[in-house]
Ligand binder design. Structure first.
Ligand SMILES: Cc1cc2nc3c(=O)[nH]c(=O)nc-3n(C[C@H](O)[C@H](O)[C@H](O)COP(=O)(O)O)c2cc1C
Length: 160
């Protein structure tokens, strides 16, 4: 096994959740499936996401200065599929599913067991991704079930 193969296999063992990232495109709520997400600060509460340099979501977050993190319940693979193509809001729904606007306008999905809305703080280029740091400005917990959809549970992989 080459060093690069070993590195990729090792990296694939880092456990991740499987989330729906939200933002705004010219005021319209938009979404994207993502897994490279982490909390990075307690005071203030901050999280970071890695977004593909050339992705639409990267442009939407850069332009709007807002994003949301929607946490899906364990067992939610079929729900996550609804967001695989990155649907935008249409007729009051996203991918046919309900949502509400967070205080900054980013979408909080009805499918999420909890969701966090952030204002963009920093963007740091990291190879083929941009790490966006956001301060938490709004949050909702809509279920006491703490089981979270994981990347492993979906059987999906994030690869190029
Ligand atoms: C399982 C899975 C995980 C993903 N994780 C990320 C991620 O963490 N960051 C990211 O930018 N794109 C991620 N993607 C890809 C995005 O969902 C999206 O397809 C990509 O950013 C291109 O979007 P665009 O065609 O709208 O520009 C992931 C895709 C899948 C299927």
């Amino acid at each position: 096994m080459t060093r690069d193969d070993a590195a990729l296999r090792a990296l694939q063992r880092i456990p991740y959740g499987l989330y729906v990232i939200g933002s705004l495109h010219e005021g319209v709520p938009v979404t994207m499936i993502g897994n490279w997400v982490t909390q990075v600060s307690f005071h203030p509460l901050c999280i970071a996401l890695a977004l593909e340099q050339d992705s639409r979501m990267r442009m939407f977050v850069h332009a709007s200065g807002v994003f949301s993190l929607n946490i899906l319940p364990s067992g939610g693979t079929e729900i996550a599929k609804k967001y695989l193509k990155g649907p935008a809001a249409e007729g009051g729904a996203i991918g046919g599913r309900g949502f509400a606007a967070a205080s900054n306008g980013a979408p909080f999905l009805r499918d999420a067991s909890a969701a966090i809305a952030c204002k963009l703080l920093h963007e740091v280029e990291a190879g083929d991704h941009v790490v966006v740091f956001g301060e938490v400005v709004d949050a909702v917990v809509s279920s006491d079930d703490e089981g979270v959809l994981t990347l492993r549970e979906t059987g999906w992989h994030y690869s190029k």
